[in-house]
Ligand binder design. Sequence first.
Ligand SMILES: NC(=O)c1ccc[n+]([C@@H]2O[C@H](COP(=O)([O-])OP(=O)(O)OC[C@H]3O[C@@H](n4cnc5c(N)ncnc54)[C@H](O)[C@@H]3O)[C@@H](O)[C@H]2O)c1
Length: 467
Amino acid sequence: MLGRLTATNTRRQAVACARAFSSKPTIEVGHRDAGEWKTYGDIENYNPGKFTIQTFNKISPQGLKRFEEEKYDIRATGEEAVGNAHAILLRSHKLQEEEIMHCVRAIARCGAGTNNVPVARCSELGVPVFNTPGANANAVKELVIAGLFLGSRRVIDGINHMKDLGAQGLAKERVEKDKSMFGGREIMGKTLAVIGLGHIGASTARDAAALGMDIVGYDPGLSIDSALKLPKDIELKDSIGAAVANADYISINIPYIKGENGTHGIIGKDIIEQFKSDAVLLNFARGELVDSEAMKEFLDNGDGRYVSDFPDDLLWDHKNAVILPHLGASTEEAEDAAAAMAADTIKAYLEDGTIVNSVNFPAVSLPARPEGSIRMSVINKNQPGMLSKITEAFADADLNIVQQINQSRGDVAYNVVDIDTSGHSDVVSFKEVQEKITMLDGVLSSRILYGLPGTGYAKNIDGSYFV
Ligand SMILES: NC(=O)c1ccc[n+]([C@@H]2O[C@H](COP(=O)([O-])OP(=O)(O)OC[C@H]3O[C@@H](n4cnc5c(N)ncnc54)[C@H](O)[C@@H]3O)[C@@H](O)[C@H]2O)c1
């Protein structure tokens, strides 16, 4: 836990900013222990020391090795006492609010969902929460491609049949005779409709095209990144109904969203009625997207198939369904990729202030910090007038801003300010200005990206100053 100072307990300190135009002033930044004030040397020769990353769950070594030993200490929860953790890395652990100590600047989940993290509380505390969208996309896409074949050839029925015959000692005798029971069709030249062209859908479309399929797609929110991955001959439709109408195979790759205008049962009776009678639906997105009753009726009455890795109490043993355990993302590579992506996002945030893949903070890509400048970030409630109060505080402290970025998302705003130190001699002190800015009504936290990792971080929690 960090030390606590009250807003009124400010020790006035002379800010040494005599304009002697030395190019290498000493920088005073932050406080590791309550009230302690650290002074560091010039920026060019500065060695930042180590950040502490607290892990919950077993994190893939492929992810952990992204943290250079000379800059990071990795501490597993439970194995050793974790003191001032600067960031938390976790998989499925249900993170409790009290496990987020005041010193924690960021939390990253190796995986797409963040239901196990108290995101709303993190936003109130000014702590970004990161996830790893798309890290498991290749794993899921490979299973979708396998699903194309499982829906085309009666491979699983054939395997089960061989097991039965083998148990009766008839495998060799009957193998040729019985194979006509399991005939199938090829996917080459058939049409695949991909609903949802994000990480999984776009790469499914690309690889299915490479296998000789004609691709149609539907995605009202197609991103530029995904569009660049699409096969060049894809035909984009303007509704799910239009996409599925002439498709032999349909792959659904959209998020499950509850409530009005959500996606619950989006593949319902009205859509299924538009399927060709022998269409194969691949659902590796979420079970709740498909109306099981309507799907059962379709499977009962035609030669269509349903292939999914989500449990379904109605369809699990239907002769025209292949229901797998939820295996889409269950590969070592997907875990490695998620851990590596989570580690990279934490590093980018701790070291430079960059924000990618956050579920509660705006994406912020930052230009390089100009030489000789000190970077400070300020997180505040997204309310009018904050930016001018923050810049005014820097001006009052005679600190010149050379570069500034302000982005907001929902209730949170994120500011990154690069301060020119070249006009100062002796000592550039951030103590007073940091306290002043942090204690502005509406500011949640501030961070100076300089000094030892334990220093330079301050929080305003309900009007109390924590450093
Ligand atoms: N089977 C598994 O183990 C497994 C693993 C990971 C993800 N998933 C599921 O796959 C889904 C897709 O994952 P992703 O990484 O590609 O996500 P993504 O966010 O990259 O892509 C989702 C795409 O769906 C589009 N979309 C949203 N609503 C739509 C609608 N009504 N109609 C058409 N398009 C719509 C979005 O615009 C976006 O482009 C996830 O939401 C998740 O539920 C399953």
